[in-house]
Design a protein. Structure first.
Length: 120
């Protein structure tokens, strides 16, 4: 387990479902996004979510299952990272827009044709 995954128990559910590399990248990008770190973390999050979505699909989850799994991971991690306080501006819990971003990126990744189904 990498440092982020061991520090944030909500990410431990990823352990058996993703490769070590993807799990580490997704965990770091998610925690950065939940902590409100700069725009670079947004791109890193999108890339990590894309790879995680594809790996989860390859592991046998259907598309709604992938979305439900990733949404639950964001919510659990957000609560454990202290991102469960409401924003002063919007009143939303801070993990809610991050979950929306993750689900949007995952839905986009899952809408892409699978590499094994492309006719060459």
């Amino acid at each position: 387990m990498n440092r982020i995954t061991s520090m944030v128990p909500g990410l431990s559910s990823l352990a058996g479902r993703l490769t070590t590399s993807t799990r580490g990248r997704f965990g770091r990008a998610l925690v950065d996004a939940l902590r409100g770190r700069g725009p670079l973390s947004r791109r890193q999050l999108d890339d990590a979510v894309r790879d995680a979505s594809r790996e989860l699909r390859s592991a046998g989850l259907d598309d709604p299952g992938v979305l439900a799994f990733l949404g639950a991971v964001v919510e659990d991690t957000g609560r454990e990272c202290g991102a469960d306080r409401p924003s002063l501006v919007s009143g939303q819990l801070r993990w809610v827009p991050v979950r929306a971003r993750v689900l949007e990126a995952a839905a986009f990744a899952l809408a892409m044709p699978r590499s094994d189904s492309v006719i060459g």
